[in-house]
Design a protein around this ligand. Structure first.
Ligand code: ADP
Ligand code: TPP
Ligand code: MG
Length: 341
């Protein structure tokens, strides 16, 4: 049996956790240990926060605690990327059950630290409280805008092309496979590929920088709730219609293979799954060629998946059998009309 947090106490835990994430950063004037942190920024500040709840955002049998920590930071970095920002500092608030073991929280912090090191972020503070409910990790990140302006959801123009980075649906396919009762639908190497999408998503920071510095990029949104949901957000904020081509939506061979085995349309995962942490956005058609080349020169996979049209804000899918409306579904914490279980 490991050590329980109540044997260590609040301050003992904070001491251990801050040792895991300690780093020196010339921008940090006051680090962990005082009433608040003080940092120095030279440019407009971008800030975001996301809470992750045990049982809702992660579950022991789907993800290891180090990856939970890693992914908790990535979820916020992804929002900063989609705004055209460079993440710099983070705050982490933990609501910890009385029965929690120190080992698990330390593992989460090792994952947070891993992501901090990889993406140049310093954790400058946080909070620890007890709870009679599940573990909640709230990560807030601040950074600076890299370009002259933030990337918004509201700038899409009629005639623009729609782009998405990387591939979508892999994380949701992994969750789906783990929720199958017989669990034998997936080969080992495909499972490993999809597991990585779920457990270790990559925030599209470089793609966000390139978008922010290109005046032809008219809107951007990160894919947390699902491609459909994010496209609907852009359509609504910009007052445009989005038309996407089913055949151009980028999915992994491992996802398509799994989808075939379980007889699910791969687009179900790609459009409505979520937690892809890719960037979807719109781009002036004339500037699209050089934009694509620059992305590719940086090793970023990017696909043009459709066009922006005029009309009532909505999203449509062009398939081989015709054009259909894409429902605005995706991950919703409080779906209307669904009674809690
Ligand atoms: N409790 C809240 N108080 C104030 N603003 C909130 C709250 N929850 C969400 N928001 C804001 O609403 C907007 C949409 O949130 P959300 O759907 O979570 O975006 P995302 O998918 O990018 O994380 C964001 O600007 C977010 O900051
Ligand atoms: C145990 C478990 N069930 C379901 C999911 C899938 N899931 C949970 S939250 C979510 C959407 C993203 O989270 P949210 O809090 O809506 O992020 P935001 O849009 O605010 O960035 C998804 C797809 C998961 N990761 N783990
Ligand atoms: Mg959010």
């Amino acid at each position: 049996m490991g050590l329980f947090i109540r044997e260590l106490g609040e301050f003992g835990l904070i001491e251990r956790l801050s040792a895991i994430v300690a780093r020196t950063d010339p921008r940090v004037l006051v680090n962990i240990g005082d009433d608040a942190a003080v940092v120095r920024y030279d440019r407009p500040v971008v800030m975001t926060t996301d809470a992750l709840v045990d049982g809702v955002h992660f579950r022991d049998d789907l993800i290891d605690p180090t990856s939970v920590g890693y992914k908790s930071l990535v979820a916020s970095l992804s929002d900063i990327a989609a705004m055209g920002g460079k993440p710099l500092h983070a705050m982490v608030a933990l609501a910890v059950p009385f029965t929690e073991q120190v080992e698990r929280i330390e593992a989460i912090y090792r994952g947070l630290d891993e992501a901090c090191a990889e993406f140049g972020v310093t954790i400058v503070g946080g909070d620890v409280v007890s709870t009679s409910g599940p573990l909640v990790i709230t990560v807030s990140v601040t950074g600076e805008l890299v370009g002259e302006r933030p990337l918004l959801r509201s700038g899409a123009q009629v005639g623009d092309v729609i782009f998405v980075t990387g591939d979508v649906g892999g994380s949701a396919a992994y969750l789906h496979s783990k929720n199958q009762s017989d669990g034998l639908h997936i080969g080992e190497s495909d499972e490993w590929i999809l597991q990585k999408r779920h457990q270790r998503p990559v925030p599209q920071l470089m793609a966000g920088h390139i978008c922010a510095q290109n005046p032809g990029c008219t809107s951007a949104n990160d894919v947390s709730d699902g491609l459909s949901s994010e496209l609907h957000e852009i359509a609504l904020a910009s007052g445009v219609r989005m038309m996407i081509d089913a055949d151009r939506i980028p999915t992994l061979p491992a996802l398509r293979h799994y989808a075939r085995v379980v007889s699910v349309d791969p687009l179900q995962f790609a459009l409505y799954g979520g937690e892809d942490y890719q960037i979807v956005g719109t781009m002036n058609r004339v500037k699209a060629g050089s934009f694509l080349s620059l992305m590719q020169a940086h090793g970023i996979r990017i696909s043009l998946i459709g066009q922006v049209k005029s009309g009532e804000p909505n999203v449509y899918l062009n398939t081989r059998s015709g054009i259909e409306e894409v429902p605005k579904k995706g991950y919703d914490h409080f779906p209307v009309g669904v009674e809690p279980v």
